[in-house]
Design a binder for this molecule. Structure first.
Ligand SMILES: Nc1nc2c(c(=O)[nH]1)N=C([C@H](O)C(O)COP(=O)(O)OP(=O)(O)OP(=O)(O)O)CN2
Ligand SMILES: [Zn+2]
Length: 122
């Protein structure tokens, strides 16, 4: 069994309604995010690959395009722009093209924050 991972970065703005830091959170502010997507599975005996990294990159480019330099409050189907919702949103966007999807982790490195999603059945 193998795990194959790829990362991408995106910059985005959002607002958030929360119980603490109410005013600054409600104002539009931005973060730099890093997402890591992990596939788990056997390698194909002929290609020697879990998935061709070039095909993987194309799928991630498409997802990144939906988040980078966006106002996350307006991204369809995301809901409140938390790390939890971002990782689940990325999972949903990739699951059709990446059948061996095992984990999506979204990091906000400047804060030391990270959230990993293992799919709806985990
Ligand atoms: N479980 C989660 N909690 C919070 C998330 C999240 O994605 N998942 N996100 C946020 C905010 O987006 C945020 O801007 C980060 O807030 P915070 O950690 O409070 O950092 P700030 O720089 O805004 O301010 P501090 O001075 O560090 O409080 C909040 N919670
Ligand atoms: Zn924020």
């Amino acid at each position: 069994m193998f795990e194959l991972s790829k990362q991408f970065r995106f910059e985005a703005a959002h607002t958030l309604h929360r119980a603490i830091d109410v005013e600054p959170s409600r104002r539009i502010h931005g973060h730099s995010y890093r997402a890591e997507v992990t596939l788990r599975g056997p390698r194909d005996p002929e290609s020697g690959m879990v998935m061709d990294l070039g095909v993987f990159r194309r799928a991630l480019d498409d997802v990144r395009d939906g988040l980078d330099h966006r106002f996350l409050d307006e991204v369809a189907g995301l809901g409140p722009a938390t790390l939890e919702n971002l990782s689940a949103w990325i999972w949903r966007r990739l699951e059709a093209d990446c059948p061996n999807l095992a984990r999506v982790t979204v990091y906000r490195d400047s804060e030391g924050d990270a959230c990993a999603y293992f799919g709806p059945s985990a």
